[in-house]
Design a protein around this ligand. Structure first.
Ligand code: ASP
Length: 305
């Protein structure tokens, strides 16, 4: 049994492994891990206390995929619900749909019994204020100025020192089933309604028991355009090792003409439970835990420049 996560998944990985040890499924494990990160007030890139959008509203995205059935669920631009990963799972399990966004996703969450919560914290609002004032926009940025200066915003949002991110979890349970969960508050100060790769199946998230699973963090627009998570799994399907598959999916990003090119990172697990992680930025790490380990271990990601 195995759980692999982006480094900020450290707060949830032990619980995710406990779920597997107690006989829970890979889906249960990734949902549990993501929920703990979503509730972490010190993580300003996921869930509660996520950095709000341009207008000061926290909008969350999440997706989940079952490698056994290829069922998937996703929500985007969801406001006032702390656990978009669990809403995504409900979409997967209870609706004939894969993806709900905005008001429809919130309506479904209410109907499914999720409680509403104000997600904006003073710390996250202060980060937004500083970021916008750093760009000379004050608290009430206008749409026009945002669009005029989108390049600066893109840099701001993808600067790794801003500690922005997303959480990725991949789990492999005792039956060898794979699942992936991804949750994020997206780019800091993003344009309202903007979705990245995290809720897009195949871009930020993909799992297929027969070949492997993958999940992304970083500039989601790039992963959407190259279907990065799906590509990594496809390369495994074509016979590549987990290291080779992830490296090739990362190298494919070089095809993109992208004036905003930013950080991209990827975690991958193959059908046998071998894992590897990649980034185009130095210093990026990931975390993993097997059922034989007492503590999770953090490792540097393979650098693919
Ligand atoms: N991938 C996320 C997005 O594009 C952000 C991140 O991972 O930093 O929304």
């Amino acid at each position: 049994m195995l759980v692999v996560a982006s480094a900020n998944g450290r707060v949830g990985i032990r619980e995710a492994m406990r779920v597997l040890r107690e006989g829970g499924s890979a889906l249960d494990a990734v949902e549990t891990g993501c929920r703990l990160v979503e509730s972490n007030p010190d993580d300003h890139s996921v869930g509660y206390s996520g950095i709000p959008n341009l207008l000061g509203v926290v909008e969350l995205d999440a997706s989940i995929m079952d490698g056994k059935t290829l069922a998937a669920g996703a929500v985007g631009a969801v406001k006032n619900f702390e656990h978009p990963i669990s809403i995504a799972r409900k979409v997967m399990e209870e609706l004939p749909h894969v993806f709900l966004v905005g008001e429809g996703a919130e309506r479904f969450a209410r109907e499914a019994g999720f409680e509403e919560k104000d997600l904006l914290t003073p710390e996250a609002e202060e980060i937004r204020r500083r970021l916008l004032e750093g760009k000379g926009l004050g608290i009430y940025a206008e749409r026009l100025k945002y669009l005029e200066r989108i390049r600066e915003f893109a840099n701001l949002a993808t600067d790794p020192e801003r500690a922005l991110g997303t959480v990725n979890f991949i789990a492999r349970d005792r039956e060898g089933n794979l699942a992936v969960g991804v949750s994020t508050s997206g780019w800091a100060c993003k344009y309202p309604g903007r979705l990245g790769d995290s809720p897009v199946i195949g871009a930020g998230n993909y799992a297929d028991n027969r070949y492997g699973a993958a999940a992304c963090t970083g500039r989601g627009e790039m992963a959407i355009r190259k279907c990065t998570a799906y590509s990594a799994v496809m390369y495994m399907r074509m016979g590549a090792s987990v290291e080779e598959a992830g490296r090739r999916a990362m190298e494919d990003l070089k095809d993109l003409v992208d004036p905003y090119a930013g950080a991209m990172s990827l975690i991958c697990v193959d059908a046998q439970g071998n894992h590897a992680a990649f980034s185009n930025r130095e210093g990026s790490r990931y975390v993993f835990m097997t059922d034989e380990m007492d503590e999770p271990e953090e490792r540097p990601r393979i650098l693919v420049t």
